[in-house]
Design a binder for this molecule. Structure first.
Ligand SMILES: Nc1ncnc2c1ncn2[C@@H]1O[C@H](COP(=O)(O)OP(=O)(O)OP(=O)(O)O)[C@@H](O)[C@H]1O
Ligand SMILES: [Mg+2]
Length: 358
């Protein structure tokens, strides 16, 4: 936020006249940082993907690895963006990198599925293979970092008429407003699959605003609501669905903002509680996964796309937890088998304490 505002330019004094110049200089400053930083991060990903024997056996994962190498090489031949022309050229390269890596999540999922097949493991067993699960987690966590840096730069370049936004960061994100949008998306996805969707009510601090990356809150809430809607419909059918409750909690002296999603969808078996955080663990029909992984149209299964199925990949929870942890928060789930599930998102107020930023 500070860099985006121009606070990190040594000799910069905010006044109306120099605003334009500042934003150009901010662009160059951020671009130069990315020009140095991104090749390092991309190279690390490529090396780690290749070095792990199980990953190297998966054609899809090696395909993703090649995207990292291509992007690395592309950045290394691009001149340092030290003036506006070079910065514009650099931005084009960054846009093409962002696009190239867009289907990473689904392609890596395909790769995980290939490994599961090579190892001849069932869903439960694969969920309990901690080494591979941990490596997938590290990979996706680092990906959030890279996408955040690139996304922030591209967003800063776009003229915005929203005064509260600094790139991707909102200095006054409203969980209530975000929830309203996400409820529509989740209801759309649920209705497409089941013909109807449960009602969602919002309680607590509906007036709360705090600095955060709004899109991250949307991603997390969408995954939780999709799960709650699916569970509710599967337990009750569509005739008499108990509403899902979202509760926004915050006290002035609280460390975190906490959002709870509470459903009466029958809960999760205790023996599955550890597995729900694993990649590819799902109780949905395996045919859905097969369809997703075998589709040639990668555009239809981008991250957090409302066109993807309501459930089926077994990626919702582990990815959502990575988003919560990215800025030092947490995502937890408490289930009461036979009754329902409470999911909690804990979000630190950015800037209030030293967040763990990867
Ligand atoms: N609110 C809930 N109520 C009941 N079961 C749940 C709930 N949330 C998650 N689960 C269980 O945890 C599993 C894993 O959830 P996760 O969101 O990671 O994957 P998924 O929903 O199966 O697929 P997707 O990747 O499309 O989200 C689900 O398949 C389901 O069995
Ligand atoms: Mg899910």
């Amino acid at each position: 936020m500070e860099t985006g505002r121009g606070d990190r330019l040594h000799d910069f004094n905010v006044n109306a006249k120099s605003r334009q110049a500042a934003s150009e200089r901010v662009r160059i400053q951020v671009a130069c940082f990315l020009h140095r930083e991104l090749p390092v991060r991309l190279a690390h990903r490529a090396v780690e993907l290749e070095a792990y024997e199980l990953f190297s056996k998966s054609p899809s994962i090696m395909n993703v690895c090649n995207w990292y190498k291509t992007s690395f090489a592309q950045l290394r031949v691009c001149p340092a963006p030290t003036d506006l022309d070079k910065e514009a050229q650099f931005a084009k390269v960054i846009e093409s990198i962002y696009e190239r890596h867009a289907p990473t999540l689904i392609t890596m999922a395909k790769g995980a599925h290939e490994i599961k097949t090579i190892l001849d493991q069932g869903t439960d067993e694969f969920a309990e293979m901690h080494d591979i699960q941990q490596r997938l987690n590290d990979f996706y966590m680092s990906r959030i970092g890279i996408r955040m840096l690139i996304g922030q730069y591209l967003a800063l370049r776009k003229p915005s008429n929203e005064p509260n936004m600094i790139g991707l960061v909102s200095d006054s994100a409203s969980p209530y407003d975000i929830a309203l949008n996400v409820i529509d998306d989740a209801a759309y996805m649920c209705t497409r699959t089941h013909g109807d969707a449960p009602e969602v009510t919002i309680h607590g601090r509906t007036d709360l605003h705090f600095p955060y990356v709004s899109s991250h809150i949307s991603y997390m809430l969408l995954e939780l609501l999709k799960n709650s809607m699916r569970a509710t419909v599967e337990k009750h059918g569509t005739d008499k669905m108990p509403p899902i409750r979202i509760i926004i909690a915050d006290g002035e002296s609280n460390e975190d903002v906490v959002i709870k999603v509470s459903d009466e969808g029958g809960g999760i078996r205790r023996s599955n509680m550890n597995r729900i955080w694993s990649y590819l663990f799902t109780t949905a029909d395996p045919a859905i996964l097969d369809r997703m992984l075998n589709t040639d149209n990668k555009d239809s299964v981008r991250d957090f796309d409302v066109q993807s199925p309501l459930a089926g990949l077994g990626y919702g929870l582990p990815i959502a937890r990575n988003y919560a942890r990215y800025f030092g928060g947490e995502l937890t789930i408490m289930s009461m088998e036979g009754y329902g599930t409470d999911s909690f998102i804990y979000l630190p107020r950015l800037g209030d304490r030293d967040s763990v930023i990867n």
